[in-house]
Design a protein around this ligand. Structure first.
Ligand SMILES: NC(=O)c1ccc[n+]([C@@H]2O[C@H](COP(=O)([O-])OP(=O)(O)OC[C@H]3O[C@@H](n4cnc5c(N)ncnc54)[C@H](O)[C@@H]3O)[C@@H](O)[C@H]2O)c1
Length: 339
């Protein structure tokens, strides 16, 4: 049996969904985009795909829907699909407000349909390997996690850089530690246009693990950086998503504090050892994620990243907003408890 999946939004990311879904066995794709030029492009690149200009008219012929439209449209489009009884995979962030995300989760549960969020990095073999390393205890007690997600662009129109890029870091760090943060602190500023923050630092507190994380996200940086650094008491690990063959490196280095009674000792001593890069088989994470979605639809299995996981991340994102209007405030420094 062939499942027909509608991909809403044939932009930068939606076009990748169309490519990977089109490569899955027994899946047919309908491309839905309200922009006629984007639809024409989809028809040219994927001559076998059906095209439609709005979700409502496409819905009767669809078995499921992938939402890859801008974040502000996620809630309304998802509710349309859920009401029609279709399973939905929604790109990150699940929604732009906590009440919207809660409504999506509640309606999907009420209708008994699959709601999954596209936290792509939770389908990434390098992130799985990093978690394996953290869980094995090889790094020792985790002291802190630092992340950098920087580039020149892609500026978004309807959300700031935190809502655009930090969902990845919140998802990765909380996945690694197995818990959600309870507190966030934010420094953010808009430098270009000045109405939306384009550079931000988000600090998160993970109480149970007693770990602080520091995430730098930016649309205004000369270099593309995608880096996660996990610093443990014994070793440190760095995951560089841009590396072809050494995406993870484990550094056998560290700092020891000498005997406090030794008045002649240096403040710390340094340990230096091997740097090891474990083999990580590359499989395109988006392809793994979309295949998992189709598998969940067919088997009735609960997705590894269900709507509730998306809601958890939206709660953290919302805590970085000092006030609802903060998305349009250019300079702010806020400290919030995640509730
Ligand atoms: N998981 C990832 O790594 C990743 C990477 C990039 C983007 N994304 C997410 O993907 C989503 C799309 O981002 P993008 O960069 O591709 O945006 P984009 O602006 O490039 O594309 C959005 C497309 O949606 C269409 N659209 C807008 N409203 C619509 C509607 N109501 N009905 C039908 N079509 C509509 C637009 O015409 C456009 O073609 C966002 O949620 C973004 O956060 C995820």
């Amino acid at each position: 049996m062939v499942d027909r999946i509608g991909v809403v939004g044939y932009g930068y990311w939606g076009s990748k969904h169309v490519r990977v879904l089109g490569g899955l066995p027994d899946v047919a794709v309908t491309v839905i985009d309200s922009n006629a030029d984007r639809l024409a492009e989809a028809g040219r690149v994927h001559p076998g795909a059906e095209v439609e200009c709005d979700l409502e008219s496409a819905l009767p012929d669809l078995d499921a829907v992938v939402i890859a439209a801008p974040p502000r449209a996620h809630c309304g489009l998802s509710l349309l699909a859920i009401e029609a009884g279709k399973g939905v995979l929604v790109e990150k962030p699940l929604a732009m407000t906590v009440p919207d995300a809660e409504l999506m989760v509640e309606r999907a549960a009420g209708k008994g349909v699959c709601l999954m969020v596209g936290h792509t990095f939770e389908y990434n073999a390098a992130v799985w390997k990093l978690k394996e390393i953290v869980d094995s205890g090889e790094l020792g007690r985790i002291l802190y996690i630092d992340t950098a997600r920087l580039d020149l662009g892609r500026y978004q129109r309807d959300c700031n850089v935190i809502w655009d890029l930090a969902p990845h870091d919140i998802s990765i760090i909380s996945y690694l530690l197995g818990e959600m943060p309870t507190r966030t602190e934010v420094w953010a500023q808009g430098h270009v246009g000045r109405d939306l923050a384009d550079v931000a630092y988000v600090q998160m507190t993970f109480e149970r693990s007693d770990v602080q994380s520091y995430s730098h996200v930016s649309w205004l940086d000369p270099r593309k950086v995608r880096r996660i650094t996990v610093v443990g008491e014994r070793k440190m690990a760095v995951y560089n998503d841009l590396s072809d063959n050494e995406r993870i490196r484990v550094y056998d280095i560290g700092v020891d504090v000498p005997d406090p009674d030794d008045v002649h000792a240096l403040p710390v001593s340094y340990r230096n050892g091997d740097i090891v890069s474990p083999y990580v088989q590359f499989t395109e994470p988006l392809a793994v994620q979309d295949a998992h979605f189709v598998n969940c639809l067919r088997s009735g299995r609960r997705p590894d990243t269900p709507g509730e996981r998306g809601l958890d991340v939206v709660r953290v994102l919302a805590s970085t907003d000092k006030a609802p209007e903060a998305l349009t405030v250019s300079v702010r420094r806020g400290m919030k408890t995640v509730s």
